[in-house]
Design a protein. Structure first.
Length: 191
């Protein structure tokens, strides 16, 4: 990642952190991924050569920019889905000079429209309590050998636990915890 983009991401993260400190309404906060977790996610996309990447939970586009830069290196494309308006994220992506398809929709419902095996890497960073209900769509959308990455697996373990239990019970799926940021639960789809 070039130094100009890295500086932009640092400034964007700092702005989000400052806003979150003073915003009492959780839904209005940025809730950005931590920089170490974002850098790991950027690396992971490239390490697994993911070309069809989906992010659920866009916010202001901080993690979206990391993912878009990574898929630019794999020759892939990124779709980021959020229930909220994407205007701010679009502006940040434009300023960063990266591209992504931004979709305003319910993440679980949108995942249900994905063709089977059409996603190489799925990053969940939205309403954690809903993930277990999305499980059938997640399982169908991910290609065999694809990666599922779930943020907040340590900071909100009780909210991620229902999905984690489903993953551990699913034959052939391998799951691990990456202790960066607020914890990344990583699972590889059965082949």
């Amino acid at each position: 990642m070039d130094a100009t983009l890295r500086r932009f991401l640092t400034d964007l993260h700092d702005e989000g952190r400052r806003l979150d400190e003073h915003e009492p309404d959780r839904q209005r906060r940025r809730r950005n991924l931590e920089p170490d977790a974002a850098a790991w996610l950027w690396w992971h996309v490239q390490a697994v050569a993911a070309t069809r990447v989906v992010e659920i939970g866009t916010s202001n586009g901080y993690s979206t920019i990391w993912l878009a830069d990574a898929v630019g290196r794999t020759g892939g494309r990124l779709t980021s889905v959020d229930v909220a308006d994407q205007t701010e994220a679009r502006g940040n992506l434009d300023r960063a000079g990266v591209t992504a398809e931004l979709v305003t929709a319910d993440g679980g419902a949108w995942l249900g429209t994905c063709p089977p095996g059409s996603v190489d890497l799925l990053f969940l960073d939205a309403e954690r309590s809903r993930y277990a209900g999305w499980w059938p769509a997640i399982r169908t959308a991910l290609r065999p050998g694809g990666s599922l990455v779930v943020d907040n697996a340590v900071s909100h373990v009780e909210q991620v636990a229902p999905l984690a239990e489903l993953l551990r019970a699913e034959p052939g799926w391998a799951t691990a915890l990456v202790p960066l940021g607020k914890g990344q639960l990583v699972s590889v789809a059965a082949r």
